[in-house]
Design a protein around this ligand. Structure first.
Ligand code: PMP
Length: 310
């Protein structure tokens, strides 16, 4: 059995590369060793979770679905009336510069734009300037075993925050709703939890979108269910089209999950991963099903074909 890494070890993964060299980050126009980069304690990103971010992947030196991530970042920023002090082109370039500074081709990229330093009042418009930074590093989110066998999840008691309160389509720095559900998952000895919305429909997991397969057809909750509309989710839906696998967005109940032949999750970090159990009950045969397997293998074939950059 492998033991879970400590917080310090997890942090080190982003501070140092496999050779023990310190990774560099991009912050407000400068590339610095990660330990030297500083964010003000008055930054409203830290004080109030006021900011937006993206989690992105590079495969073989190519930034996967780069335009979609940048579009979502700008959309999130617009929704919270945060002006990103860079153009879309500059954002793409700074990610490339960070990857290059770290000699990374296969990497996870965390791009963050905070409201910036201000006073202790909430008024976001009194903040001096937005702060932009980019962290890159190697990543494998879930243990390899889970990709072969599927992973168990639970249904969180915590409901996904309603659209009217804070639209989950905004990828903001305010992740407490998800974190509280994640704590439930960890307490139950698993790594993910599916969250329902306040109307009792399935929304998404704490950091992944969810899909069900029944009788050869796939379904996933729509944006109106209260989800982050994942870039991987959209990519998987387009893959289904190409592969002639029926895939629709529709409202799902917990019974749709429990009665499914297969359930799988998608996310930038997770990629595509089967769910083997929900609340201890097996999904289908309790292992990765054939459609999830096809999609996962196809996804990897596409990623591999991406490299090297053209
Ligand atoms: N839902 C939530 C709440 C997320 O945080 C994420 C990203 N980790 C996803 C879904 C998946 O989105 P994407 O495929 O764009 O990474």
């Amino acid at each position: 059995m492998t033991t879970a890494p400590t917080g310090k070890q997890q942090q080190n993964q982003w501070l140092y590369n496999a050779d023990g060299e310190e990774l560099r980050v991009w912050i407000d126009g400068e590339i610095l060793p990660a330990s030297q980069a500083q964010l003000s304690i008055f930054d409203h990103g830290a004080l109030y979770g006021d900011g937006v971010f993206e989690g992105i992947r590079a495969y073989g030196g190519r930034i996967f679905q780069c335009a979609s991530h940048i579009e979502r970042l700008f959309h999130s920023a617009e929704c919270i009336r945060l002006e990103i002090p860079y153009s879309r082109g500059e954002i793409e370039q700074l990610m490339r510069d960070t990857l290059k500074a770290n000699n990374l081709e296969d990497a996870y990229i965390r791009l963050v734009v905070t409201r910036g330093p201000g006073g202790l009042g909430l008024n976001p418009f009194l903040c001096e300037h937005a702060c932009t930074y980019c962290i890159t590093g190697a990543l494998r989110l879930y243990p390899d075993d889970f990709y072969r066998k599927g992973m168990p999840i639970i249904v969180a008691k915590r409901l996904r925050i309603p659209i009217e309160c804070l639209d989950p389509r905004i990828k903001s720095l305010n992740y407490l709703n998800n974190i509280l559900a994640k704590i439930e998952a960890i307490d139950a000895g698993v790594l993910e939890a599916v969250m329902l919305n306040t109307d009792g429909f399935v929304a998404e997991c704490t950091g992944d979108n969810i899909f069900v397969v029944r009788d050869g057809a796939i379904a996933t909750p729509p944006g109106e269910a209260g989800i982050l509309e994942g870039v991987t989710r959209a990519f998987v839906m387009s893959m289904c089209k190409e592969l002639n696998i029926p895939c629709q967005e529709r409202m799902l109940k917990l019974d749709d999950l429990r009665g499914a032949d297969e359930v799988f999750l998608t996310g930038t970090a997770a990629e595509i991963i089967a769910v083997s159990q929900i609340d201890g009950d097996p999904v289908g045969k309790g292992e990765e099903g054939p459609i999830t397997c096809t999609l996962r293998e196809q996804f990897h074939a596409i990623i591999k074909a991406c490299a090297p950059e053209g």
